[in-house]
Design a protein around this ligand. Structure first.
Ligand SMILES: [Fe+2]
Length: 230
């Protein structure tokens, strides 16, 4: 009987510690989620999110990942990278970030440091190891002519290849003070033109299918112009 009692107590204690661990994990997840939202807000405040629809773009990144049959465990990392890959721009002076004209060589070199800065920030969060790596390589080019690593083709992490396409699309369709954003169709044409050169062709194909379908659906439902629904 004494042994049974002891087992019962041990069992009760292990259930308690199991529940406590679950609770702590839940708290950690919630804290990480808040930190990600806060960083995104910071990008908005510093006017560093190129588009105002970063959440939609992050959703599309996940849908591209799903279409490419990437491991589900990676979806969250890709979503975070899609949202926060440019967080390192906080370390680039405004005189460079907001310069209207062409950047000098020195300014360009500083600007091109931002993926490394993003990596150095995101890697500090436990649980964002892959997202930080995806951010580090989001300006690599499929033909090896990108930065910071000059990685080529599938050497570039898949999350970075996805973010690269999403980022380029976002930059093209977004309005700037010195130019109006491109319409969806023109942005898609330019993505296709650079498919296999700057971008992974499979990612471009998946993205175009997803974005095109969604825009058509919203256009049909609202009667608004495709450019206005992005
Ligand atoms: Fe970037």
């Amino acid at each position: 009987m004494a042994t049974q009692g002891h087992d019962w107590l041990t069992g009760s204690a292990s259930i308690e510690s199991f529940l406590r661990v679950k609770e702590l994990e839940e708290q950690q997840r919630a804290l990480l989620k808040s930190a990600i939202c806060a960083f995104n807000q910071l990008l908005d405040l510093r006017d560093l999110n190129t588009g105002v629809h970063s959440t939609r773009l992050a959703e599309w990144a996940v849908r591209v990942a799903r279409k490419l049959q990437i491991e589900e465990a990676d979806f969250y990392q890709i979503e975070v990278a899609a949202l926060l890959h440019d967080i390192g721009k906080i370390g680039v002076p405004d005189t460079i970030l907001k310069k209207d004209g062409k950047l000098t060589g020195e300014e360009r070199a500083l600007m091109n440091k931002h993926p490394e800065y993003s990596w150095s920030i995101l890697r500090l969060f436990s649980g964002l190891d892959k997202a930080s790596l995806y951010a580090l390589h989001h300006h690599e080019s499929y033909d090896g002519k990108g930065y910071p690593g000059g990685l080529k083709g599938e050497e570039i992490p898949i999350g970075s290849r996805i973010v690269s396409v999403i980022d380029a699309y976002d930059a093209m369709i977004s309005n700037r003070c010195y130019r109006k954003g491109l319409p969806h169709d023109e942005a898609v044409r330019r993505l296709s033109e650079s498919s296999g050169i700057q971008f992974d062709p499979l990612v471009v194909k998946a993205f175009i299918e997803i974005a095109g379908q969604e825009i058509e659906d919203v256009f049909a439902a609202t009667g608004s112009s495709p450019a206005a629904v992005i």
